[in-house]
Design a protein around this ligand. Structure first.
Ligand code: PLP
Length: 212
C-alpha cells in the first residue's frame, strides 16, 4: 500500500490534480533542506451540520504565521487556502478526514543561497481515523522522557510548524518505541516539559488547563 497510489484529488498550486499525478521534482528545495511549513487539520462528521473542519481558520492562520517566521512568501491568501481545504474534503467525498496543507520551496534553485525560490502549496485529505491505537484513549499510554532535547528558538525557530523540526520528533519517538514505550515526552533545553513528539501536553490544576 502506498499513499501515493490511490484515487482522488489533491489541491496543488491552485488546481485540483489527480491523486497519482500530484508530484514534485527530486530537486525540490524543501526535500533537500527541510525548510517548509505544514498543518495537521481534522474534519469531523457532526450530527447537525454534517462534515465540519475543526478550527479551519485558526490552522490556516498558523500556517501563514509559520511561513512568516521562516521568511517564506505565501502566494495565496488565507481565503483561497480555506476554500482549498473545504474543496479537498468535498471532492474526495470524505465524511471525516485528516487534512494536510503544506507550503514548500520549489525546484527554482539549489543550495542555501538559492534566490528566486517560489513557495508552492498543496492540500491533501484522506481518512486517518486515529493517530494512535484507538484503545489508548481509555487505557492510557506508556510515555518515556526523551534523551533528545526539544528545539530551542535560537536553533530552529520552533514556533513555526516546520517540516525540518520533525527530525527531532522522529528520533525521540523511535527511541521511545525501541525501549517499549508508546510516546516520548520531550523537555526543553532547561529541562521543562515541552510537548510530545507529535502532540501537546496539558495539565489540569484547580480547574484550569495549562500547556507549556
Ligand atoms: C510536535 C507537535 N506538537 C503538537 C501537536 C499538536 O498539534 P495542534 O497544535 O494542532 O493541536 C502536533 C501535531 O501535529 C505536533 O506534531
Amino acid at each position: 500500500m502506498s499513499l501515493a497510489d490511490r484515487d482522488g484529488l489533491i489541491w496543488m498550486d491552485g488546481e485540483m490534480v489527480p491523486w497519482r499525478e500530484a508530484k514534485v521534482h527530486v530537486l525540490t528545495h524543501t526535500f533537500h533542506y527541510g525548510l517548509g511549513v505544514f498543518e495537521g487539520v481534522r474534519a469531523y462528521n457532526t450530527p447537525d451540520r454534517g462534515t465540519c473542519i475543526f478550527r479551519l481558520e485558526e490552522h490556516t492562520d498558523r500556517l501563514f504565521r509559520s511561513a512568516h517566521i521562516l521568511g517564506m512568501t505565501m502566494p495565496y491568501d488565507k481565503d483561497t487556502l480555506n476554500q482549498a481545504q473545504k474543496d479537498v474534503v468535498r471532492e474526495n467525498g470524505l465524511e471525516e478526514a485528516y487534512l494536510r496543507p503544506m507550503s514548500f520551496l520549489g525546484s527554482e534553485g539549489m543550495g542555501l543561497r538559492a534566490d528566486g525560490l517560489k513557495t508552492h502549496t498543496m492540500v491533501a485529505a484522506w481518512e486517518w481515523p486515529s493517530y494512535m491505537d484507538p484503545d489508548a484513549r481509555d487505557r492510557g499510554i506508556k510515555v518515556r522522557t526523551s534523551s533528545f532535547t526539544r528545539h530551542h528558538v535560537n536553533i530552529s525557530m520552533c514556533k513555526a510548524k516546520a517540516n525540518g523540526n520533525y527530525i527531532n520528533s522522529m528520533l525521540a519517538l523511535r527511541e521511545a518505541l525501541d525501549s517499549g514505550a508508546e510516546e516520548a515526552l520531550m523537555l526543553d533545553n532547561e529541562g521543562y516539559v515541552a510537548e510530545g513528539s507529535g502532540e501537546n501536553v496539558f495539565i489540569v490544576r484547580d480547574n484550569r488547563i495549562y500547556t507549556p
